[in-house]
Design a protein around this ligand. Structure first.
Ligand SMILES: Cc1cc2nc3c(=O)[nH]c(=O)nc-3n(C[C@H](O)[C@H](O)[C@H](O)COP(=O)(O)O)c2cc1C
Length: 156
């Protein structure tokens, strides 16, 4: 399963490209109360949620989560980690025994603390090497994804 949250579409582009390679179910996380579509307001809302360690309610429900062994988990870097809806996700489902492959779109900060933060909330999952993509990844995105999948031993 490829599961992602994307505010401005970059993570969505990366998720779609991964999906082309590996197939499976592609699921976009939607929120009951979406972040503002205005950049500055969204930045403020995100900062507040991060500071409060909020758990924004997810509109998306994943049916039969148990059936998935491997979860590709995508998100933008927000304030050095993942957006708080990813925390809601990690606490709403049982990730013990699952393999997580994180992928993160960023504006220069790379993965930030996001992988350590995933490990903290999913301590009994196996976390593979994460992929950091600068914004939408540009022309090299398909090649970068191929190389990442190969490194992680995923059959594409
Ligand atoms: C609220 C907010 C906070 C952000 N914080 C960071 C940051 O700390 N480090 C960074 O490299 N990029 C940061 N960015 C830039 C995004 O990670 C980048 O634009 C990313 O490509 C967005 O992915 P998306 O289109 O899937 O939402 C931030 C963007 C927003 C909207």
């Amino acid at each position: 399963m490829i599961l992602y949250y994307s505010w401005s579409g970059n993570t969505k582009t990366i998720a779609a490209q991964i999906h082309r390679n590996v197939g499976g179910d592609l699921i976009e996380l939607e929120l009951v109360r979406p972040y503002s579509s205005t950049y500055n307001t969204c930045v403020e809302e995100a900062k507040r949620d991060q500071a409060n360690q909020a758990r924004p309610e997810l509109k998306t429900r994943i049916a039969d989560f148990k059936q998935y062994d491997t979860v590709f988990m995508g998100y933008p870097n927000w304030w050095g980690s993942f957006p708080m809806p990813i925390a809601t996700l990690l606490e709403s489902y049982e990730f013990s025994g699952k393999t997580i492959l994180p992928f993160c779109s960023h504006g220069g900060g790379g993965l930030g603390r996001s992988v350590a933060d995933i490990a903290r909330l999913a301590p009994r999952a196996t976390i593979k090497e994460a992929l950091a993509v600068h914004y939408g990844g540009g022309d090299s995105l398909p090649r970068d994804i191929d190389a990442w999948l190969r490194k992680n031993g995923v059959d594409a």
